[in-house]
Design a protein around this ligand. Structure first.
Ligand SMILES: [Zn+2]
Length: 75
């Protein structure tokens, strides 16, 4: 993420998503510190660039930054 030009990054409202979708994204995580998946995420913030969308939050267990890429389905 750090290689991105910050000007092109837009912050989105994660909580504007469906409740169900939110829960899925908050559950389906990978923490590099814990080396475990699906520990959960808190304080999510959604970002987007013209190319991709992702959510950044904190690991529920160790509070390290966790990132979940969102793959939008093509219409
Ligand atoms: Zn962790």
């Amino acid at each position: 993420m750090t290689e991105l030009n910050e000007d092109s990054v837009v912050t989105l409202d994660f909580f504007a998503r469906d409740e169900e979708e939110q829960q899925d994204f908050l559950r389906q995580t990978w923490c590099n510190e814990c080396m475990e998946m699906d520990l959960g995420m808190k304080n999510p913030i959604e970002y987007s660039t013209p190319d991709r969308v992702w959510i950044e939050g904190e690991c529920v267990k160790c509070s390290s930054k966790v990132i979940t890429e969102i793959v939008e389905e093509e219409e």
